[in-house]
Design a protein around this ligand. Sequence first.
Ligand code: GCU
Length: 666
Amino acid sequence: MKNYAELWIGYGKRTRTKGTDCLKKIRLSGVPGSDRVLRSAVKELQTGLQSMLEITPEITFGAAEEQPPAQSGAQILDRETVRVSLEGEGLTISSKSGAGIFYGVCDVLRTVACEGDIRETYAAGKTLRPSNPLRMLNHWDNMDGSIERGYSGKSFFYVDNEIVLDERTVDYARLIASVGINAVVINNVNVKDAASYMITDRYFEKLARLGEIFADYGIRLFLSLNYASTIEIGGLRSADPLDEEVIAWWKDKMAEVFTKIPTLRGFLVKADSEGRPGPFTYGRTQADGANMLADIAKEYGGIIIWRCFVYNCRQDWRDRKTDRARAGYDNFKPMDGDYHDNVILQIKNGPMDFQIREPVSPLLGGLTKTNQMLEVQIAQEYTGHQIDVCYLIPEFREILGFHTFCCQGPDTVADIISGETFGSRYSGIAAVTNTGNDFNWTGNYLAGANLFGFGRLAFDTSLSSEQIAEEFVRMTLSQEDEVVRTILEILLPSREIYERYTSPLGIGWMVQPATHYGCSVDGYEYDRWGTYHRADHLGIGVDRTDKGTGYALQYHEPNASVYNSPEKCPDELVLFFHHLPYTHVLHSGKTVIQHIYDTHFEGYEEAQQLAAKWESLKGRVDEEVFENVRERFERQLANAREWCDQVNSYFYRKSGIPDEKGRQIW
Ligand code: GCU
């Protein structure tokens, strides 16, 4: 018995799946029989069908020739597309790559697990074409075993500065590949201490083996890189990207690393960000830094993913000119087009930092000549630490569906990161992941829906939040319709409920500094991080209009005009863009202050209702899972109560305006 949950690859017995006779004969075609991912696909198919249905399929193969590795996003998409169809008595799964076959197999296993009708599902043939070339997870795991912003135990990759490879590593690869993930960065973006030595002899052997495990499941291995490696491990004086000595050092280093870890596909770099070193130190641009590494990595087919999280983190709260929200665009837009074609800029979904509600970053669609990738966070840093239930897929869908108006044609974030809008060489989506070595991988069992959901959505951005949640529940928790319905009623509204009892109308922050869990309205108000709500006795919000910091004008029209106007700006973002009196009337017809009171009382009540729904499942889901989530709900309720009380009291005292419904405010 494993000491951890198998989540959606547990494959328990299924009795209600229909049309299963066609699963006895399965033909896998289009890929050479020697393909390593094809072998994994066969194993997965056998395991899944045997344990869910007690079917031992007769598997045949169609011959094909080996193809060289993909050299662009378009090639990745072409290779990883798969078609599943009924042919004769059996099922045929065909793709140009083993990875494609693996995704086809997992689609079939998912249909079985969700007790669908196999014949009906594949009767007309079903083509699965990934929406995004790179579908990536970013681990913020440190080599001492801790995880930055980790809420589900310790790292399962590292113990005491050593890399651990065991059965769990393989199951991890199976889990994430089965939902379509094809790339993983295995170490924290803040590369320090032992992690700086990942690109040395000390770790090559284990990293090579880890890369092989991933490669068996079509997962590309990436490492976070210390920009100042030349100084920290190379003994040079400089990390200037134009310095000959620095360049020569990197040439040797890359040659060594890519040879010793043959499956390595590239690096993720956090430079000039929150105290990390970078090219700014030497008066060079972000493009200088990224291009230097990319030019050297190119020889090995390597990619440099460069983060855009660059801002002044030493601000004075009195300074109203500097606006952290502007920083990404200001730092990266001027060099649009200068980045070489194996550089991808990785852009956080919002201009600040993964708050429960932010506008979409204006860099997405602002950059038109640069490969770009969206970064979201399923680690619930600001969204409840995997204590509070917060199903994030509805938020991600909003982001993906956002019209940037960057062109006449396909202009949503989903279009841009798929590579379609600008025909980018590389593009995709990454999530800061929420896993750890807890028995259920994600702390709160229900947070598993975000891991599952991120993969599913990254693979197919047209899927609905409901479908994804329902698949997760049916595959991992229960097949009983009523139980499924109840859990969906918990997951689906959970993000908006969390938003209601925390910070209002897009203003964000108001969290406990450092930990980012729990309420502290002024916690970041006088700090250096550029995270202010600017509340006084008259009003609240940050003026980011043309009269304020001008941030709203970083968007294309008509978004710029909409955000620039307090009348047109959507309610949920109005305090992000405007400083408004408490008596300002929102589109909802409520004043700002009444909105604050109402949402906080409602949010807390709704959290109680969610907890009660979970309570009703006692005896109907696995006992360990039930207790795990029940205990989290207890803490969520305490948290929601605290937020509600603190926020309401704070704004009552600031504004002097009472709640029109006369509820208890301390
Ligand atoms: C946030 C987070 C940090 C992290 C940083 C990043 O600021 O709190 O822990 O390092 O984002 O994305 O680099």
